[in-house]
Design a binder for this molecule. Structure first.
Ligand SMILES: Nc1ncnc2c1ncn2[C@@H]1O[C@H](COP(=O)(O)OP(=O)(O)OP(=O)(O)O)[C@@H](O)[C@H]1O
Ligand SMILES: [Mg+2]
Length: 278
């Protein structure tokens, strides 16, 4: 829509976890490094917490992308709050072995045989040279403590010298307390990391990075946003990437509609009012 007007090949501020757009702030780089280390070095379990919209799901996608499909089998669970412990197991089994056939009704399969099946799948994948990775996204929504217990149980899949799978648990900050309430799981978390909203100077770099990836050429010599505008964006979004994306998309659209050559603070005020951005 406005891409051509702003010298872009595509929309830069889509709210999708697209690994191409990853901006490596210090904290994103640390999280990426630590969680990759958990998987690469077979440490068992890692946990990533952070405020909503700060990049947790994106980090998970980047890790999987970097490892590559020929090196990992991954069960990516995005809605753990709707699952019972046995359904969680089924989802993990299906993720790690898409070709496996499971009985239609969960009652036809008790948890124990499923655990045995999972054990075989883990061993088969490792034999095929593929690491097993289980990622539980949105884990802060889990209310049933049995789910955490189930996660601890699957971490028990170990041979004499290694974990048979890597488990990454991700969610909003309250996840820390939930996990710590389950001591046996908490003690098994080898690495913990946390994402906070971006600082003001990172917001400038974040925006410019996304514009550059989308094809904008002359960012340093001909910036689209004045420094005062970026200050205001930081103020209105609190440095949360998802909110920055939403606001920037509206600003690029409104700037195009009004045919401005640069986005100034008055346009922010207009957009915030017109689109009820709060
Ligand atoms: N470091 C980053 N580089 C580029 N884009 C980012 C970064 N962090 C977040 N984003 C963008 O912000 C948006 C929200 O990120 P994401 O969905 O990963 O957040 P989240 O922490 O998983 O949020 P929630 O807790 O609501 O699930 C996505 O569009 C993502 O691309
Ligand atoms: Mg997420």
């Amino acid at each position: 829509m406005y891409e051509q007007y702003w010298g872009l090949n595509e929309k830069p501020f889509q709210n999708t976890p697209d690994p191409r757009y990853l901006y490596l702030s210090g904290q994103h780089e640390e999280a990426l490094m630590k969680l990759t280390y958990v998987i690469a070095q077979d440490l068992g379990c890692g946990m990533l917490t952070g405020v909503f919209g700060c990049g947790k799901t994106l980090i998970a996608k980047v890790i999987l992308n970097d490892l590559g499909q020929d090196r990992v089998r991954c069960a990516f669970i995005t809605n753990p709050c709707f699952l019972e412990p046995s359904e969680l197991l089924r989802a993990i089994v299906r993720g790690l072995s898409p070709e496996v056939t499971l009985p239609e009704k969960k009652t036809e399969l008790l948890a124990d045989p499923l655990l045995e099946k999972l054990n075989n799948i883990l061993l088969n994948n490792l034999r095929d040279g593929k690491q097993n990775v289980v990622i539980i996204d949105e884990a802060h929504t889990i209310e049933d403590m049995h789910i955490f217990e189930q996660l601890r149980l699957i971490l028990n899949f170990q041979s004499e010298d290694r974990f048979l799978l890597s488990l990454i648990i991700m969610g909003q900050p309250e996840l820390k307390d939930k996990v710590d309430a389950s001591k046996p799981l908490s003690q098994r978390i080898a690495v913990r990391c946390n994402l906070e909203p971006l600082k003001e100077d990172d917001v400038t770099k974040y925006i410019n990075h996304r514009l550059r990836i989308a094809g904008r050429k002359d960012i340093d010599t001909n910036p689209i946003l004045s420094s005062e505008t970026i200050k205001q964006i930081f103020k209105h979004t609190g440095g949360i990437p998802r909110r920055i994306n939403t606001l920037l998309d509206l600003l690029l659209m409104e700037g195009f509609a009004k045919k401005v050559s640069r986005i100034e603070p008055d346009l922010i005020n207009l957009v915030i009012k017109d689109f009820n951005f709060s």
